[in-house]
Every structure is written in structure tokens, then in C-alpha cells.
Write a protein that binds this ligand. Structure first.
Ligand SMILES: Nc1nc2c(c(=O)[nH]1)N[C@H]1C(S)=C(S)[C@@H](COP(=O)(O)OP(=O)(O)OC[C@H]3O[C@@H](n4cnc5c(N)ncnc54)[C@H](O)[C@@H]3O)O[C@H]1N2
Ligand code: MOO
Length: 296
């Protein structure tokens, strides 16, 4: 094979026009032999491999028109609470727009899961059970209704089915529920997150994201971590691991908003989570702090 640039003339001649080829071109030059990428009988992909763009392409190139694969995990996200209103709906007094459906839905879809989002505008445990029995899913993630009130819809509905409700030493994201429950289609894992919108995202980062990535066989299950100096002093509650929303500029970590678990607008402006470990109640400007990058 001779590239046209090395022939004379060096462009495609008219039909019948003579062409001079250079000498010294070894046989096989510029020829890709059949099987040089994958031979018949080669192992193309190990069982259990996650199918990403290159894997789909390699299968197609090898002529594989169909492949047996696990389906994507079907996750049902349910926001709960009588106070919820759909984004875009005008707010009556005492109502709040459902932010957790959007943020959790996007978080889980970003991991490649098959996500459906529902909003239960009720504090009635029977209504929640009714909604769950109508759906089929491999994982349930709820938000709200898990703490210590008299009408905690998720806790009242799922505790009798075996889901454990407990408190972890983290702020935000203290109250949590976790377990297996049979909701009419066999036993499925249930993760019941607190209702506060920042608690939802922080819990996703701390608990759900790494576990789901690991379950999916992904190699990188953790956020990129760094230790950088704090730009300002901060306080943290006693006995809790606090996660603060922050941003990095000039090589230092600047807080974005305060520590409260409703400050979702500030979260949306942050690009790192900063960790104040259990047992540390104050950090001074200039002290090194561990951060996770959440901006990818
Ligand atoms: N007596 C106690 N009360 C509370 C405790 C406690 O330990 N003892 N813990 C507090 C903490 S910390 C948290 S976090 C919350 C979690 O409680 P719930 O999961 O029962 O959350 P809700 O009351 O349902 O909601 C809290 C807050 O968030 C708003 N919310 C709920 N869902 C959504 C949504 N989808 N989108 C936007 N905002 C939402 C809700 O309206 C409330 O304002 O418990 C504390 N109480
Ligand atoms: O733990 Mo709650 O999540 O602080 O707001």
C-alpha cells in the first residue's frame, strides 16, 4: 500500500494517466491485518465488566449484535411530606418546593442508574406504602420523615418492615434509615435520608455514592481528596463530623454559606465539601482541612 502523497503525481490522476510509485515499500505497509485488534477466540471483555463507550464499541466492532448484561439498577426516589409542592407550582402558606426529588434524582442518574422520582405529598404511612407497592424498583431512596416527630411518615411506614432508623454523628445528615424491606416485589434495599436538602446531598456523598459505585464495580469510588489551608476560622458541633460547603481559591478553602442544613443555594455555589472531624470544635484560619472535590 502506498500513500497517494508518495506517488507521482501526488493526487489521484485521471483514468488512464500513468502513475509512478516509490520503491522500497515493504509488503504489508499500511495494511491492518484481520485479527490485529482481536482474534476469533480471544477474550474480548471479562464477565462483570461495566459497559462504557469503548466496551460498546469493541463489541460492535467484533460483530456482537447482542450481549447478556445486568440491567441498570432501578432506583425509586421518593420525597415525602404534606408540605411539598412541585417546582414551578405557586407556594401556598406552609408549603415548600420539592428540591430533594431534583437533587437526588440528578445525583443518582449521574451514576448511571435508572431513576424514577415520585413526590408523596402526605404524612400518611399507608399512603407511602400504597405508592411503594405500585412500583417496581431495585433500590428505594426516600427523603424526609425520619426524625423524632409524631408523624414521621417514612419511619412509621418502614420501621415495622425492618428498616432501622438511627442517628449518625454527622452534621448535616444526622438522622438516617437503612435496611431491607419487602414492598410486594421481594426484599429490596432501602435508604431513608433526612428531609433537609443539604442533609440529603451530604448523605449521598458520604454514604450512597461510594457504596453504589463500588456495587457497580467502578474502580474510582471516592471523590478526589486534598488537604489545604483554611481561609477563615470555623466552629463545629461537639461530637459530630461536620461537612461544610466551600470553594477553593488562591490555594485556600473558603466557606460558602453557613453550616445549616437548609442552605441549598449555597451548596449549589460550592465546589468542595470540607471535613471537620469528630472531636474538633474549632479550626483557625491557616489550619489544614480535608476537602472532597464535588465539581466534576
Ligand atoms: N426532636 C428532634 N427533631 C429533629 C432531630 C432530632 O434529632 N430530634 N433532628 C433534626 C435533624 S438534624 C434533621 S436533618 C431533621 C430530619 O428530619 P426529617 O427527615 O423527619 O425531615 P422533615 O421534617 O421531613 O424535613 C426537614 C426539613 O426539610 C424540608 N424538606 C423535606 N423534604 C423536602 C424536599 N423534598 N425538598 C425540600 N425541602 C424538604 C422540610 O420541609 C423541613 O423543613 O430532623 C430534625 N429534627
Ligand atoms: O443532621 Mo440534620 O441533617 O443537621 O440537618
Amino acid at each position: 500500500m502506498v500513500p497517494v502523497e508518495r506517488a507521482l503525481p501526488s493526487s489521484y490522476p485521471a483514468e488512464g494517466e500513468p502513475v509512478t510509485l516509490p520503491g522500497g515499500i515493504a509488503a504489508g505497509t499500511f495494511i491492518r491485518s484481520a485479527g490485529s485488534d482481536a482474534r476469533a477466540g480471544d477474550l474480548l471483555l471479562q464477565g462483570g465488566t461495566r459497559l462504557g463507550p469503548a466496551q460498546w464499541g469493541a463489541l460492535a466492532a467484533a460483530g456482537v449484535g447482542a450481549v447478556a448484561a445486568h440491567r441498570r439498577t432501578r432506583v425509586l426516589v421518593v420525597s415525602t411530606g404534606l408540605e411539598l409542592a412541585a417546582p414551578g407550582e405557586p407556594l401556598a402558606p406552609g408549603r415548600i418546593h420539592d428540591a430533594n426529588g431534583a437533587s437526588l434524582g440528578a445525583s443518582l442518574a449521574g451514576l448511571g442508574l435508572d431513576v424514577s422520582v415520585a413526590s408523596l405529598r402526605s404524612d400518611d404511612p399507608a399512603a407511602l406504602i400504597g405508592l411503594l407497592r405500585e412500583r417496581e424498583f431495585d433500590l428505594l431512596v426516600t427523603s424526609g420523615g425520619v426524625s423524632a416527630g409524631a408523624h414521621e411518615v417514612v419511619r412509621l411506614a418502614l420501621e415495622p418492615l425492618g428498616v432501622a432508623f438511627l442517628s449518625v454523628a454527622m452534621q448535616p445528615g444526622g438522622p438516617q434509615g437503612l435496611g431491607l424491606a419487602d414492598l410486594g416485589h421481594g426484599s429490596v434495599p432501602v435508604v431513608a435520608l433526612p428531609g433537609n436538602p443539604v442533609s440529603v446531598l451530604v448523605s449521598f456523598e458520604a454514604f450512597l455514592r461510594p457504596a453504589l459505585l463500588e456495587a457497580a464495580g467502578r474502580r474510582r469510588t471516592r471523590r478526589d481528596a486534598e488537604r489545604l489551608p483554611l481561609a477563615e476560622a470555623l466552629d463545629s458541633p461537639a461530637g459530630k463530623h461536620q461537612l461544610r460547603r466551600a470553594t477553593v481559591h488562591d490555594g485556600r478553602v473558603h466557606m460558602v454559606g453557613g453550616p445549616s442544613s437548609h442552605l441549598l443555594g449555597h451548596y449549589a455555589l460550592a465546589d468542595v465539601l470540607a471535613h471537620v472531624p469528630v472531636g474538633v470544635e474549632r479550626m483557625e484560619a491557616g489550619e489544614p482541612i480535608d476537602i472532597w472535590r464535588i465539581d466534576d
